[in-house]
Design a protein around this ligand. Structure first.
Ligand code: ATP
Ligand code: MG
Length: 458
């Protein structure tokens, strides 16, 4: 009933009502029985109102619903639907509107998925991305870019690139890209907080279908690791050259002296020859170590895996080590658990023991102690070499596994060290998929812990 008082029904109801009043007035002039007249008119009025209500329900109400649903769809609410059962032409209209809403909904889901996929790709690219339009406004920056340059997306999007990016190389790249209308490549160093990045930037122009420049996309590659590798390689070459130069210079010098001077003094001659022998020995050791390292570093380094009895292996090396320890008046003690066998490359594992014990002896002053313990821990053979020597400060602890790193160059060289021993140990442990740890305190001593997995397939 309430529909009767809403638009457009109210107009019809009032119109009908006024018509009946008017008809009543006219008929009252010719009809005497007012009661019958009123009853007839009222019945007719009610009938017309009922017809109007029916028309409203069948035709106007679904159109109203369709209009409201269309309004929702226009607003972007594609889940809006009309629920009205009708078989007439209006029913067809309702079905069409619902179908339109369904299609739009599917389209919008697809579009949303595509845009999500694109955002995921852009945000998870390992390079920084910036999209700039032809006026210089930034339209897009990805997550990697934010991680490199800080702030949030809001601080860049919608701003002119030169207002929010204060890097000269980036400015130049953008300008050159727009000027030459072709890809431009530059590189620079960027410091963000404590991090220092080496970045390569590529600016690529974007053209429209009429071949006019519409903007530019900047791609920033993080080449820090590559640069560091390059630095390491250069350092390595410099270190090798330096290490080779010292013994070669002295061999050459002493050999020249021997050749130039007719040496009468046998003692001096023997002394010179001894130096030449020691230095050539150093050279040989250095070259052997370098070869071992380079073999270990090869990806497909073949391990000669055999079953190793640790006790037997330690007994093989102890005589030489004990003699060295004796010479330095050090107390050497070994505790190797009985019956530990595991699969590994015997010669390489032997080298671990020799290099670690060698260091412990070399860097422990006379009357100190060196101890070797071998036990098992979980699935690992656990090797511990401790000494009461000079120790290693915390800063150096992070570096002693680097090739050629020596805490005290002069001291290490006196012991004949090349600075490759621990680098070799680390590599051997790594190719065996083990772990290495160091605990050391300056002037108190050092402990190196090594864990080698017991169950390697042969
Ligand atoms: N047990 C230790 N106590 C104190 N310092 C040590 C110990 N082991 C190693 N270091 C320090 O770490 C450096 C690197 O050791 P590493 O064994 O790689 O080289 P090296 O002993 O100098 O030469 P080599 O190649 O002949 O072993 C040493 O020069 C020394 O300064
Ligand atoms: Mg050493």
């Amino acid at each position: 009933m309430k529909y009767l008082f809403t638009k457009p029904m109210i107009t019809y109801v009032i119109g009908t009502f006024l018509t009946f009043i008017f008809t009543g007035i006219v008929l009252s002039q010719v009809v005497d029985n007012y009661i019958v007249l009123a009853a007839v008119l009222l019945t007719a009025f009610i009938c017309i109102i009922l017809i109007l209500l029916h028309i409203y329900d069948r035709h106007i109400k679904p159109i109203n619903k369709a209009t409201k649903t269309m309004e929702e769809i226009v607003k972007g609410n594609y889940t809006a639907r009309i629920h009205h059962s009708s078989t007439s032409a209006i029913g067809e209209l309702i079905q069409k509107v619902n179908k339109l809403a369904r299609n739009l909904s599917e389209l919008s889901i697809q579009e949303q998925m595509q845009s999500e996929q694109l955002t995921t790709v852009i945000d998870n690219t390992e390079s920084g991305l910036v999209l700039i339009d032809s006026k210089g406004y930034i339209h897009l920056v990805n997550r990697k870019f934010i991680s490199m340059f800080g702030n949030t997306v809001k601080d860049y999007r919608g701003y002119l690139y030169y207002d929010v990016l204060d890097n000269e190389t980036i400015h130049e790249t953008v300008q050159k890209t727009f000027l030459y209308e072709k890809a431009v490549k530059e590189s620079f160093t960027h410091i963000s907080g404590l991090d220092k990045y080496h970045l390569e930037i590529v600016g690529a122009p974007i053209f429209n279908e009429r071949n006019m420049i519409r903007g530019a996309v900047l791609v920033l590659y993080d080449i820090t690791e590559l640069r560091n590798l390059e630095i390491m390689r250069k350092d390595f070459v410099a270190n090798v050259s330096h290490e080779l130069k010292t013994p070669i210079t002295s061999i050459k010098g002493f050999a020249e002296t021997l050749l130039d001077n007719d040496m009468e003094d046998e003692e001096a001659r023997d002394e010179f020859l001894k130096i030449i022998y020691t230095e050539s020995n150093r050279l040989q050791l250095l070259i052997e170590d370098l070869l071992t390292l380079s073999k270990l570093e090869k990806d497909d380094f073949p391990l000669a895996l055999t079953s190793i009895n640790v006790k037997a292996l330690v007994e093989e090396i102890i005589p030489v080590i004990a003699q060295k320890a004796d010479q330095k008046q050090l107390l050497l003690s070994c505790h190797v658990d009985e019956g530990i066998t595991f699969t590994a490359d015997k010669e390489r594992v032997k080298q671990i023991f020799i290099n670690l014990l060698d260091n412990a002896i070399n860097y422990t002053p006379p009357n100190g102690e060196v101890q070797l313990d071998v036990t098992t821990r979980d699935e690992y053979v656990y090797i511990k070499v401790t000494d009461t020597g000079i120790g290693i400060d915390e800063q150096a602890q992070n570096r002693i596994f680097e090739r050629f790193y020596r805490v005290d160059r002069a001291r290490s060289r006196n012991t004949g060290g090349t600075g490759l021993g621990l680098a070799i140990v680390k590599h051997i442990v790594e190719v065996h998929e083990g772990k290495i740890e160091i605990v050391s305190e300056l002037d108190k001593g050092t402990a190196i812990h090594i864990y080698l997995p017991m169950n390697r397939p042969e």
